[in-house]
Write a protein that binds this ligand. Sequence first.
Ligand code: ADP
Ligand code: MG
Length: 254
Amino acid sequence: VAKPDPILKAHGVRRSFGGLTAVDVEHLEVQRGTITALIGPNGAGKSTLFNLLTGFDRVDAGEWSFEGRRLNGLGGHRVARSGMVRTFQLTKALTRLTVLDNMLLAAQGQLGERVWGAFLRSGWRGQERANIERAEQLLERFKLLDKRHEMAGNLSGGQRKLLEMARSLMVDPSMVMLDEPMAGVNPALVQSLLGHITALRDDGMTVLFVEHDMDVIMGISDWIVVLAQGQVIAEGRPEDIRADQRVVDAYLGA
Ligand code: ADP
Ligand code: MG
């Protein structure tokens, strides 16, 4: 058994919306170099937890650190620059930009914020050659290079997911958080997406992902964390989680 080596540690992270406690995580660790799955029924607080940890929503309480550095209170693009990124769905505004421009915008870690503000502030088209080269290398890796001048909105469902993943890598992160990376993807493409996720880990990255398909989860995860009603109710290796009655109950109760 490898020695624990948490890249991310969180304590007492809480967020309520009105009277509803969406997230109430007493303790969470993600071990470096693993693929960790965050699972749980709809509304369990998975996306909210991603938003909180990556600085795209504000906690009511709690603290967390990444690579030993405190992140609470930092905004989304500063968190991204520290090396922890989450993917964002291709929003309507982003579908009207080319694939390459999506990548260049992501280089600033700004996708979850006011896209057009970032656009105006940075004059990204004049951005140095290095960003374009990095974007093209990533697009090549995700088999999107020949689409670079297409509007992102013209991509297929699977290609959008690949672009979402590729964009997140523009800031050269050490950890990526993928929220339902396979959602709405043609089953024929699922294997290819899974291959990309395991390749990230094999390159030394840490991956935290949200997914519903149990076969997918069991197939690629090193560790599984189960969230229900905002709380971590179980965690462990895939074989232990599969046999855990609390997990079965949480899913059946969804
Ligand atoms: P999951 O991703 O696990 O399906 P979410 O994190 O999206 O769950 O949501 C957790 C709970 O918080 C849900 O009950 C949801 O309705 C609520 N919630 C999430 N975001 C907001 C928001 N911005 N305003 C109000 N309620 C929210
Ligand atoms: Mg969600």
